[in-house]
Design a protein around this ligand. Structure first.
Ligand code: COA
Length: 260
């Protein structure tokens, strides 16, 4: 289907979803949130897609936040619907069952930082800037920022970023565990593509099991988390890919995984 605010491209098993409103620094208006939800639903259903890269158009911004011009006129009821739609999108991304890489070249502020944080891996250019500036607008983060930042970087960092609203560098975000890799701007695409290619040939059902165990385990007690892991581990033994991976090792050849 054709999207007004997104650009979708394919490279083998890697699907790239680009938020395409560069004149508004890719701010998330309601239409864009709806389109992203559709695009991620499609990526989940398409067996040919093994990895998703999420990014923003242009050099300047990944996503500079929720659309302030739209929010300015919202009633509390509309704001509630907007927050829920944003949160549902973020949870959809997080629970996609396939690895999602955020490619962050510039501003990832407010809803942009929240969108990056629901991805599984974050690769940032040294030029990227992160922050939860909602407080400067008299607002509270509404797309899961208080919760995902808390879980990724701890209470101190979550409170520091949300209460000051001040932007931080990619390097600082890396130190806080918010981004997983920081690279020079000129090698950002190379780094993202290499990571995506690596994940695209990994065993998809094992990847889904890892995502599930880590994401569910993060919200559970250690005993429940270990049980999730045992179930995912056991389920892997029902797959052709597990026989292929272990046989390939024993036969000293490269494994080919089919997602079965
Ligand atoms: N919502 C709506 N529009 C936004 C936006 C947002 N979150 N962020 C940027 N834009 C728009 C600007 O209004 C401007 O539109 P215009 O040309 O029609 O006036 C355009 O994008 C370019 O932004 P501009 O502010 O001119 O760029 P800049 O380089 O001077 O500043 C930022 C860049 C990111 C520092 C600044 O745009 C900003 O602070 N954005 C808001 C960040 C924010 O608070 N996000 C959280 C929202 S909850």
């Amino acid at each position: 289907m054709a999207y007004r605010n997104l650009e979708i491209t394919h490279r083998g098993a890697v699907r790239t979803i680009t938020v395409n409103r560069p004149d508004k620094l890719n701010a998330l208006n309601r239409d864009t949130i709806n389109e992203l939800t559709l695009a991620f639903n499609q990526a989940a259903q398409d067996d040919d897609v093994r990895v998703v890269v999420l990014t923003g158009a242009g050099e300047k911004a990944f996503v500079a936040g929720a659309d302030i011009s739209e929010m300015n006129g919202y009633t509390p009821v509309q704001a509630q619907g907007f927050s829920r739609a944003g949160q549902q999108l973020m949870s959809r991304v997080e629970r996609l069952g396939k690895p999602v890489i955020a490619r962050i070249q510039g501003f990832a502020l407010g809803g942009g930082m929240e969108l990056a944080m629901c991805c599984h891996l974050r690769v940032a250019s040294e030029k990227a800037k992160f922050g939860q500036p909602e407080i400067n607008l008299g607002l509270v983060p509404g797309f899961g920022g208080t919760q995902r930042l808390l879980r990724l970087a701890g209470r101190g960092a979550a409170l520091e970023l949300c209460l000051t609203g001040a932007p931080i560098s990619a390097q600082r975000a890396y130190e806080l565990g918010v981004v997983t890799r920081v690279v020079a701007p000129e090698v950002l695409d190379e780094a993202v593509n290499a990571l995506a290619d690596q994940l695209a040939v990994a065993a998809p059902l094992a990847a889904a099991g890892i995502l599930d165990a880590v994401l569910q385990g993060g919200e559970a007690s250690i005993d429940q988390g270990l049980e999730f892991e045992t179930q995912a581990f056991a389920l892997a033994f029902s797959t052709e890919d597990m026989r292929e991976g272990t046989s390939a090792f024993l036969e000293k050849r490269k494994a080919t995984f089919k997602g079965r």
